[in-house]
Ligand binder design. Structure first.
Ligand SMILES: [Zn+2]
Length: 381
């Protein structure tokens, strides 16, 4: 894996444009492209280790509003620069020192007009570089061999890779949710469920891809797991969220927005907006699914309460979470606690606490399944 040498790397203004110089311990394949809404420059690399690189010291330019870097999928890493002005790649070259094997990537970007930027924006359609594609309909058929009555659950540890989520006192949401998801998976599998996860390691998975995975495995349930931080205020305890067009409160609206921003920072192309017809069909499907999602969320709150686990004073919330938009699969998002709360953070880093929490969520899922099966004959097929 190539290491970035922060001391010899810089991104700065030069002659009215932007100049990038990255010193790497060895040469690696790379590509550079731009994205629209918001305007970004994306640099992908094979196997680059960004640890020790601080965005604030790397980037010294008014043309860059923010920078994010890190893993985007196993074996690939990414640097995303959010721009304050439209830029186009003028030239790029990777030179390798024949003696040491060390490499320097130099790239220059020039100012262009809005139309020129829009015309050039978009990831190159090279399958070798693409983010994992949507699984085709075939896998749905292949996976429909599950026994009747066996719940198929997709657990979604929030964030990952380039998008670490909340960070407080050395605790990172993406890593913490991965270990909690593993504990919850074990509890659910022991209870007879079939469980998959949207990610098995610290890699980035887009929100859209997470929803696609739920469809591909023909999931009965989708449970997204988070432990975000809220600035100010003393938010603490578990909250359980469902999808809603209007947010139940300002904090939930901001959480949903922040999760979408993670995708933008990670360089996901969000420029293809949903078409209107599809939206109407989705709304119809959601009319069936929504009460089942609400019932699951209520069951989680009830199970945590009866287990004596710390709940938020307003534990049931709703907002426009993109990851909950699978129209035909009951989906909830559990904020297991807030990393901004000292008490919650201390609880969540304890394996025993995570195990108790997993036990309560498992109980909720089993209780929900019983009630849901009883109501199934009443639902339209
Ligand atoms: Zn989160």
């Amino acid at each position: 894996m190539a290491q970035v040498d922060p001391a010899r790397s810089r991104i700065r203004d030069r002659k009215g444009g932007l100049e990038l110089e990255l010193a790497l311990s060895q040469g690696v394949p790379y590509r550079i492209f731009t994205l629209q809404d918001p305007r970004r420059v994306v640099l992908d690399f094979r196997e680059v280790d960004w640890s020790g690189v601080q965005a604030a010291t790397l980037v010294r330019s008014d043309l860059v509003a923010s920078a994010a870097m890190g893993g985007v999928r196993p074996g690939w890493s990414r640097l995303v620069l959010t721009l304050t002005a439209p830029l186009a790649l003028q030239r790029a070259a990777l030179t390798i020192d024949p003696e040491s094997g060390a490499a320097v990537l130099r790239a220059r970007f020039m100012r262009v007009g809005d139309a020129a930027f829009a015309a050039a924006a978009g990831a190159a359609p090279d399958p070798g570089w693409a983010l994992p594609a949507a699984t085709s309909g075939d896998s749905r058929a292949a996976s429909s061999t599950s026994e009747a009555g066996v719940l198929r659950i997709l657990l979604d540890p929030g964030h990952g890779g380039l998008d670490p989520g909340a960070m407080r006192d050395g605790v990172t949401e993406s890593r913490l949710m991965l270990s909690y998801a593993r504990t919850l998976r074990e509890a659910l599998v022991r209870a007879g469920a079939e469980v998959a996860m949207t990610r098995e390691d610290d890699s980035f998975v887009s929100l859209e891809r997470r929803v696609e995975m739920a469809h591909a495995m023909d999931a009965d349930l989708f449970i997204s797991l988070h432990a975000d931080a809220l600035a100010g205020g003393g938010a603490r305890g578990t909250t359980v969220h469902t999808l809603s067009k209007t947010a139940s409160d300002e904090a939930s609206r901001k959480l949903a927005e922040r999760h979408d921003r993670g995708d933008i920072l990670a360089g996901v192309d969000l420029s293809h907006s949903d078409d209107v017809v599809a939206d109407v069909l989705m709304d119809l499907a959601r009319m069936e699914t929504q009460p089942r999602s609400e019932a699951l969320a209520d069951a989680v709150v009830a199970a945590l309460r009866s287990a004596g686990l710390p709940l938020n004073s307003r534990p049931r919330r709703a907002a426009g979470y993109s990851v909950l938009k699978a129209a035909d699969i009951p989906s909830i998002l559990i904020e297991v606690g807030f990393l901004s709360s000292d008490r919650d953070r201390a609880n969540l880093v304890t394996p025993e606490f995570r195990a108790r929490l997993a036990g309560a969520v498992r109980d909720a899922v089993l209780a929900w399944q019983l009630a849901d099966e009883a109501e199934a004959p009443l639902r339209r097929q």
